[in-house]
Ligand binder design. Structure first.
Ligand code: SF4
Length: 65
């Protein structure tokens, strides 16, 4: 699951790289989870490009019950 934490500085990079996934208004918000291979690749690139490493991709199994 793609998640943006509160260290986001709102630089806008992820919104440019994955327009269908992130909406940057002040800070970045995940507007939907990636569904297609293209969206997964775009998310992976956004994770790598984020200057403050605010984006993570956590497995749903890690969510506490
Ligand atoms: S790339 Fe990182 S710092 Fe920039 S808007 Fe996206 S989550 Fe925030």
């Amino acid at each position: 699951m793609i998640h943006v934490n509160d260290t986001c500085i709102g630089c806008g990079v992820c919104g440019e790289m994955a327009k269908t996934i992130f909406k940057v208004e002040g800070i970045s918000k995940v507007i939907k989870q990636p569904e297609t291979p293209e969206e997964n690749i775009a998310c992976q690139q956004a994770i790598e490009m984020c200057p403050v490493h605010a984006i993570s991709n956590e497995e749903p199994t890690k969510v506490a019950a």
